[in-house]
Design a binder for this molecule. Structure first.
Ligand code: AMP
Ligand code: GLY
Length: 436
């Protein structure tokens, strides 16, 4: 089968990588792809927001499946257009993708289906939101732009001043454009964060191995929120009891509620959760695989990826017995350029990837790289690479990944040095509380 992967980041590189191992792949394509994917797939210069161009490409290549990585084409309705020409896709249609495309839609769905999430109020008017900030008694609170804001539309305000500044930035200064026409003010939840990602075929829910992202820019969870600075899998945070709660109270009711509204969800459903004293609560839903979560999950997948994705796209996930994983742990460290997430200085030559990948269990996924005409690999801004390593346990995987990271060099390279450290400490002293 010919398969097209849509996107240009580390997550899509991981999709291409795992699909390349599938026995039924005839040819692999990526749009637009990146320098890393180009080793395994043919890259086509069609951007992710050119829906008509992507459909035409998929038809020309006679693909049997399109794997859609990022949220933008999903929320814009790429899957509806592919369905209209009879091409199955891994990813929800426009109606179901609202779960990520509008936080107000997501909150409304949670309320109707009694899915636990932070209390909130939605505002369409800046003056009403500003007045509401004056009534808040419990600080901090969380201010969120309603629409897609590339992971940047969430501000944790410590006091009224910061909350009002956030409302003004989102609604009056239109920092996130149309995404900020509506805004949510939300109760702040305390606890440990956990991502759970599941394959959903409209009805059947198959939960993937648990993983843990590190969203803040600096060690010790300091600094601004980013798309993700590193991740590991599995994690002891997901005990069998919490797993059951998440499945029963969050994933299954969400999938049923969407189906009941006539918006059945097919694709990767990502629940961002806070493990609170009252049980798991939903922070957000994404309608796609996480980045860097997919880079550390897919290397552990033993089940044939193409079979699994096709079953999800065609509503036959119930025919797959069980998803199989290696018993290895995986640790992934994101290398960023310059001042990410604030600014970038692209164009720096990258060296050492081959030397890093010579280490056992190491795989380097490209997120923001570019091949220059002379063949030189350079940075292309933001998150540049996701270096991953498999190991017999997380401590082993962490040791290997940092050894690999040390072999890679580019101007301004920055990374967190504590990816997985808290989990390793937790496993070393099991009764210790999972603080902060
Ligand atoms: P989101 O994009 O909604 O997941 O928000 C990004 C990050 O902001 C989350 O990963 C949390 O760290 C934080 N966050 C969002 N909502 C809340 C909340 N209600 N309480 C505490 N932290 C939150
Ligand atoms: N790593 C977080 C996300 O993909 O949204």
């Amino acid at each position: 089968m010919n398969v097209l992967v849509v996107g240009s980041g580390g997550r899509e590189h991981a999709f291409v990588d795992v699909l390349s191992k599938s026995r039924d792949i005839e040819s692999l394509h990526a749009a637009p792809g990146n320098a890393g994917m180009a080793d395994l797939a043919t890259c086509h210069a069609v951007p992710v927001n050119d829906l008509a161009g992507l459909v035409a490409l998929a038809q020309r290549l006679a693909v049997g499946l399109v794997v859609v990585g990022p949220e933008v084409p999903l929320v814009a309705g790429l899957v509806d257009k592919l369905e209209a020409v009879g091409i199955p896709a891994l990813g929800p249609n426009k109606a179901a993708a609202q779960l990520e495309g509008s936080k107000a839609f997501m909150k409304d769905l949670c309320r109707r289906a009694r899915i636990p999430t932070a209390g909130h109020r939605a505002f369409n008017d800046a003056s009403e939101a500003l007045a509401w900030c004056g009534n808040i008694e419990d600080w901090p609170c969380v201010i969120k732009a309603d629409g897609l804001a590339a992971g940047k539309g969430v501000i944790i305000a410590q006091n009224e001043q910061e909350a009002c500044d956030a409302v003004r930035a989102i609604m009056l200064d239109e920092q996130f454009g149309k995404a900020g026409e509506r805004l949510l003010i939300e109760e702040f939840l305390k606890g440990e964060e956990l991502s759970v990602i599941a394959l959903v075929d409209g009805e059947t829910v198959a939960v993937l191995e648990p993983s843990r992202d590190h969203k803040r820019a600096f060690d010790g969870d300091k600094g601004p929120n980013t798309g993700g600075m590193g991740a590991y899998s599995p994690t002891s945070l997901l005990t069998p009891r919490i797993y059951e709660q998440i499945e029963e109270r969050v994933l299954i009711p969400t999938v049923h509620a969407l189906a009941k509204q006539g918006k059945p969800f097919r694709g990767l459903l990502y629940a961002g959760l806070m493990l609170t004293g009252e049980g798991p609560m939903v922070l957000e839903f994404n309608v796609r695989g996480g980045d860097p979560e997919m880079e550390i999950l897919l290397p552990r997948l033993k089940t044939d990826a193409l079979q699994l994705f096709l079953a999800t796209a065609t509503g036959t996930l119930d025919q797959i017995e069980e998803i199989e994983w290696t018993s290895d742990a995986c640790c992934g460290v994101v290398l960023t350029d310059g001042d990410y997430p604030l600014s970038t200085t692209p164009g720096a030559p990258i060296t050492g990837i081959e030397q890093a990948e010579a280490l056992p269990g190491v795989r380097v996924y490209h997120s923001g790289t570019k091949r220059e005409v002379d063949g030189k690999l350079v940075t292309a801004g933001g998150r540049v690479l996701c270096v991953t390593a498999l190991g017999s346990d997380l401590a082993d995987a962490q040791r290997r990944v940092y050894e690999a990271v040390e072999r890679i060099h580019f101007r301004g390279a920055r990374f967190r040095r504590d990816i997985g450290t808290r989990e390793i400490q937790r496993s070393a002293s099991p009764p210790a509380p999972a603080a902060g």
